[in-house]
Write a protein that binds this ligand. Structure first.
Ligand SMILES: Nc1ncnc2c1ncn2[C@@H]1O[C@H](COP(=O)(O)OP(=O)(O)OP(=O)(O)O)[C@@H](O)[C@H]1O
Ligand SMILES: [Mg+2]
Length: 446
């Protein structure tokens, strides 16, 4: 780590520098605040030991300058007895700590380690927050159908209230988008939104992710780790796939919600936390309760407000607008000028069932835009399995037998009515094929 020592007494500078260098740090020392501030342009210190009383610029002014120029730098003040009050003031202004003169080297070593650990944790939290907080506001939430308008109304109503929310909906219907929007519209918006997927983890792994652990809690726990819930303090925690949380863990989660505190794994010191819970699931939680796979008390706790997201197929009126939205998003991303779809392609999208909901529509449009050559998407830009739907609305549904007849005829034509070859392609015994040809009246002459 890179440390600066600012003190007008040479003996103090020397002792600190020696001690800290022995600990493996790189140290620069300065006899005055002016000299130190002059170095700030080129250097970015992790930690500064700063004498409060200096000739010229005082320690408090320097502290202010450091905190405004490199806010991540930790500052520890060195005070004589007379300046103790000033030191306490300084801590309020963002100094990490203070030591009194005469300095004890053990204390210096200890505080240095603490300060650097503190800095590391802040950094870690910031990275987590940045990673967990992609955009997601009203302008990314598309919908004009009555079902979605209802959803929007509920979001507007509950977002500002501090209640837990349960979001239910099939995969790809926008559960996470809704959760982020609720957070955005809540008084917690400037705090973290932390998403955690409960699916597919063991209880141990979930506990250490959510609650963090103390150094030495188990083999491999070489340093204290802050859990996601601590990161979510004063913010929102989004528990995705809550229906997949192991039963044993559900009890722990219930207690956290009730008591608003957690214990890091390997610690019995409670940590008080304040967070809002938003849970999501693509299962019918009520049914899970009845089947004994989900705790009823936890269900009631989470289900203060429920938002049900409709399947895309149940709100076809949203498809054109969503399509336009994703076209412009991906045209921008791939630097293309795609203005819309031709009528045929539009018809196909409207008639397709979208088992993957909005996510599937988004993915197929992303791919289509990436591959498109013209300015308008055509059916040929759509995936083949969806292209099959072309014309489906105007063409009456056919029976399986009609389809079979048609397909056998296609194969026979392809093989120039070589029955052996056709039977091989169709993977049918030759006799079966003969029988079907007879049944459907298929012969070379027909
Ligand atoms: N109403 C909407 N308007 C705009 N984009 C949407 C809408 N609903 C969903 N999306 C987009 O569709 C994608 C899937 O949404 P999201 O991840 O929120 O769904 P999910 O229900 O959490 O899905 P899964 O169950 O697969 O995790 C995202 O890219 C999201 O931005
Ligand atoms: Mg999701």
């Amino acid at each position: 780590m890179f440390i600066a020592v600012v003190d007008d007494e040479e003996i103090v500078r020397k002792r600190l520098q020696q001690t800290l260098e022995k600990e493996g740090h790189r140290v620069e020392s300065y006899p005055s605040g002016e000299a130190f501030l002059g170095s700030l342009d080129g250097a970015r210190y992790d930690l500064v030991f700063l004498d409060v009383v200096l000739p010229g610029l005082g320690g408090m002014d320097i502290l202010q300058a450091v905190k405004s120029r490199t806010p991540d730098t930790e500052v520890i003040l060195i005070t004589g007895h007379a300046s103790l009050n000033a030191a306490i003031e300084a801590v309020k202004m963002g100094a990490f700590h203070y030591v009194s003169k005469p300095v004890k080297l053990d204390e210096i070593r200890h505080l240095t380690r603490k300060a650097l650990e503190h800095k590391r944790l802040l950094e870690e939290n910031r990275q987590l927050k940045a990673r967990l907080e992609p955009p997601g506001g009203w302008d990314e939430m598309i919908g004009v159908s009555p079902r979605m308008k209802e959803v929007f109304q509920v979001i507007r109503k509950v977002a500002p209230l501090d209640c837990n929310v349960l979001i239910q909906g099939e995969s790809g219907t926008g559960k996470e988008l809704v959760a982020r929007l609720i957070h955005r519209e809540s008084p917690r918006r400037d705090r973290a939104f932390v998403a955690f997927n409960c699916g597919g983890f063991t209880e141990e792994l979930i506990a250490s992710e959510l609650f963090g652990y103390e150094r030495g809690a188990f083999t491999g726990a070489t340093a204290t780790k802050i859990g996601l819930m601590e990161t979510a303090h004063e913010g929102t925690i989004f528990m995705d796939e809550i229906g997949d949380m192991p039963l044993s863990m559900q009890g722990k989660l219930l207690r956290v919600i009730q008591e608003k505190r957690i214990f890091r794994v390997g610690s019995n010191r409670p940590i008080q936390l304040d967070m809002r819970f938003i849970a999501a699931t693509n299962k019918d939680l009520k049914q899970e309760v009845q089947a004994g796979r989900f705790r009823e008390d936890l269900y009631f706790r989470l289900n203060m407000v429920q938002i049900g997201l409709p399947r895309l197929a149940d709100r076809p009126d949203d498809i054109p607008l969503l399509t336009q939205f994703f076209l412009s998003r991906y045209s921008k991303k791939f630097a293309k000028k795609i203005s819309g779809l031709d009528p045929k392609a539009r018809e196909v999208l409207l008639s397709y069932a979208f088992p993957g909901n909005v996510r599937e529509l988004e993915n197929l449009l992303e791919r289509a835009v990436a591959l498109a050559e013209g300015q308008t998407l055509t059916v040929h830009d759509l995936p083949p399995d969806i292209r099959e739907f072309a014309g489906a609305p105007s063409e009456p549904w056919t029976t399986l037998e009609d389809r079979e007849r048609e397909y056998i005829l296609k194969v026979l034509r392809h093989t120039h009515f070589n029955v052996g070859e056709a039977a091989r392609i169709l993977d049918l015994p030759r006799t079966t094929l003969w029988r079907k040809m007879k049944k459907y009246g298929l012969s070379k002459s027909s």
